[in-house]
Design a binder for this molecule. Structure first.
Ligand code: TMP
Length: 242
């Protein structure tokens, strides 16, 4: 990256650089993958580029549906330009099907289709291992007003409706996903971060029987192999459809 762009922040899967325009940032998607709060780490050549391309297509789709997002444009292979936001330290998880931590922490059976989407909110704090929050705890910590929290949860439900239909059209079941939001310079709430197989669970609907075939980061979390093949397949299906 050109020297004039200053590294503002480095996360587990992305780097954020300054832009000539102080209201914008450059987001670089890394090839690194982590799981279980970085207890497990690996590099997958080409993952950054795939997640950048997939996220860009999904953000474009959401913008068309009037969802406010930070995405502006792709810069090159694994970099996008986005509006600068002050990230709200909450991870908003929406679940359509019970899987992952929900089944480890409750008596709900893995694979159960939920009667209505479940929203779980976690504190974005690696030191505390991203704990599950309650509305009262969010209020107590003064993270966000209840009006803004309602806005974010409503937006998450709308995003789910758009994405569920979109992914069904390309033979993918949207099991669950995690979103992050932030405030832009005008204090508008924008969808931030990424929407990719790193933070969504996708199950292949092109299976003859009921076998679960994950086309997402569970391939790494659960040592299934074939991560790049799975991400490439998601990217291929999105591009063939759009
Ligand atoms: P979970 O079942 O482990 O709680 O994950 C739910 C969804 O959230 C799943 O699509 C993966 C995504 N996720 C992240 O993007 N980042 C995280 O740190 C975690 C724990 C989950």
């Amino acid at each position: 990256m050109n020297k004039k762009y200053e590294l503002i922040y480095e996360g587990k899967a992305k780097k954020i650089f300054s832009h000539d325009d102080p209201d914008k940032v450059i987001i670089e998607f890394k090839d690194d993958a982590t799981a279980f709060n970085a207890l497990k780490k690996a590099k997958f050549k080409g993952k950054g580029k795939l997640n950048c391309l997939i996220s860009a297509r999904i953000f474009e789709l959401l913008i068309k549906e009037n969802i406010p997002t930070h995405f502006i444009e792709i810069k090159n292979e694994n970099k996008m330009i986005a509006h600068k936001i002050k990230v709200i330290p909450l991870e908003i998880v929406l679940r359509n099907i019970a899987y992952g931590s929900l089944c480890k922490q409750t008596t709900i059976n893995s694979g159960t289709t939920l009667a209505k989407p479940l929203i779980d909110i976690y504190l974005k704090n690696d030191e505390l291992n991203d704990p599950l929050l309650t509305k009262d705890r969010i209020e107590l910590m003064n993270i966000i007003s209840s009006k803004d929290l309602n806005f974010i949860t409503d937006l998450t439900l709308k995003i789910n409706n758009i994405l569920k239909i979109f992914f069904k059209n390309i033979q993918l079941q949207l099991v669950d996903f995690k979103l992050e939001f932030g405030y832009d310079i005008k204090n508008n709430i924008l969808l931030g971060d990424e929407i990719s197989p790193d933070n969504c669970r996708f199950w292949d609907l092109n299976q003859k029987n009921d076998t679960i075939v994950s086309l997402d980061k569970d391939r790494f979390r659960n040592d299934l192999g074939g991560l790049i093949e799975a991400y490439s397949e998601i990217n291929r299906r999105i591009n063939d459809f759009i």
